[in-house]
Write a protein of this length. Structure first.
Length: 51
């Protein structure tokens, strides 16, 4: 199990490689605060990252 912060999620989303997480990590935990942070991140597709 991996607990993830926003930085790798944002970086992978920027390069269109969020799917890599499924290949590398069995269980990914995204804390609620991180989910809120990436859901309002304005640099990627009008503030939405699809995790």
């Amino acid at each position: 199990m991996i607990i993830c912060n926003a930085t790798p999620l944002i970086a992978l989303a920027r390069i269109g490689q969020l799917a890599l997480l499924r290949k590398v990590v069995g269980t990914l935990v995204i804390p609620e605060a991180v989910a809120r942070e990436i859901s309002v991140y304005s640099d990627i597709q009008h503030g939405v990252i699809d995790v």
